[in-house]
Write a protein that binds this ligand. Structure first.
Ligand code: PLP
Length: 399
């Protein structure tokens, strides 16, 4: 919790909004600075061999005080015993796989997971003799059927980017437990405002902090938060070997931006709900996917697992008329919308997964997970919903 000045707090059990602002952070003892300073230093001078590490830090490649504060904050928010920050979401994913998979081991991955995660499986660990099965995590029977005697890791993505497939986390935990494997969940697209996978018993949660933790299109970063300190120790050891820690400057930015995550996610979810509802009725639109819509195939699961009655800022639409119409839509869409590859920030963005995040997949593979030619990913920002809807309406009408 908020250890340094615990005595001044009435309770360790604070609400999410309070934790987002204060967890991990306390005024700097020498000056009273309310914001955590950026400790832009590689080395921390030691008193003696006997007192090596007495002040907790030696070399920023292993641990930096600004990064450590962000790690303490995220550990609290994710209900983890320990968290480690990385230079990117991909660094967090690669280090997690490297920590738990050896030659001859097997990992079950979502067939709709993030494009670069699929590439890491095929081109990196696959080449080193790790086996992978790609299955539909919406279907627990498929996950169960994929288990082999050498299965060490079940890797879910919640929700999947960009298809928004949800997973019954408790059911996957049960399969993992029976197999003696770990359940790791990349919950980047949800954020802890929507779901806290560790509260469901998941072993490890991963975020690309680039997305909702940052929320301002400002930084690239990642985090791995572990339920057990033992798993955390492995992650720490492999982060050192990979040399992929977060920089103090990025940690500082993320410390500030994460304080408003609850305000942003409320607005983003509200905008997404209104935009999805508007798009669903539009004659130029073939289909809309948003977990807050009654028509969403997993609406009941979303309702059961999501916190605060919120379903996040991500949705997708499928335009009638295929690739040509999608190109025209992306080219002519009015501001405040922008066309770009990031998500989760205050600026509303549209993207084209087939040529961006999922360009590694063949047309047949894309179709297999519902990314048809008219598919557009939408990341809702915090602008006024009416302005966003008006821009969509005028653009769609002119298609
Ligand atoms: C963006 C993203 C990543 C990769 O994160 P980077 O910070 O870009 O390395 C991993 N998983 C998901 C679901 C993502 O959306």
């Amino acid at each position: 919790m908020i250890k340094a000045d615990r005595h001044r707090w009435l309770s360790d059990h604070l609400q999410m909004a309070t934790e987002l602002v204060h967890a991990g952070v306390s005024p700097e003892p020498h000056t009273g600075a309310i914001l955590t300073p950026i400790f832009q230093s590689t080395v921390f001078v030691q008193e003696s061999v006997e007192h090596y590490l007495a002040k907790g830090h030696s070399y920023s490649g292993s641990a930096n005080p600004t990064v450590s504060v962000l790690e303490a904050k995220i550990a609290t928010l994710e209900k983890a015993s320990i968290a480690y920050c990385f230079s990117s979401g991909m660094a967090a994913i690669v280090t997690t796989m490297a920590s738990f998979l050896r030659q001859g081991d097997h990992c079950v991955l979502s067939h709709a997971c993030y494009g670069t995660t699929q590439e890491v499986a095929h081109d990196l660990f696959g080449q080193l003799g790790v086996e992978f099965s790609f299955v539909d995590f919406r279907n627990i029977a498929q996950v169960e059927a994929a288990i082999r005697p050498n299965t060490k890791l079940l890797f879910s993505e919640y929700p999947t980017n960009p298809t928004l497939y949800l997973t019954d986390l408790t059911a996957v935990n049960a399969v993992a437990q029976k197999a003696g494997a770990k359940h790791v969940c990349d919950s980047t697209l949800a954020s802890p405002m929507i779901i806290c996978p560790l509260a469901f018993g998941v072993d490890i949660v991963i975020h690309s902090t680039t997305k909702y933790y940052d929320g301002h299109n400002m930084t690239i970063g990642g985090v791995v938060a572990c339920a057990s300190a033992e798993d955390g120790a492995k992650i720490f050891a492999y982060r050192n070997k990979h040399g992929s820690t977060m920089s103090p400057m990025v940690a500082f930015f993320t410390l500030q931006s994460s304080k408003t995550m609850h305000l942003r996610l409320r607005e983003q979810s509200k905008n997404a709900q209104q935009i999805a509802t508007f798009l669903e009725g539009h004659p130029k639109v073939q289909a809309v996917g948003y977990p807050g819509l009654a028509s969403f195939p997993q609406a009941a699961l979303a309702e059961r697992q999501h916190k605060n009655g919120l379903h996040g800022g991500m949705l997708y639409l499928i335009l009638k008329g295929g690739a040509h119409i999608r190109k025209k839509f992306l080219k002519t869409l009015y501001r405040p919308w922008s066309f770009g590859a990031n998500l989760g920030a205050v600026e509303s963005l549209v993207s084209c997964p087939a040529v961006m995040s999922n360009s590694n997949m063949s047309p047949a593979q894309l179709n297999g997970i519902g990314i048809s030619e008219g598919f557009v990913r939408i990341s809702c920002g915090i602008e006024d919903a009416q302005d966003l809807i008006h821009a969509l309406e005028v653009t769609l009408t002119a298609l």
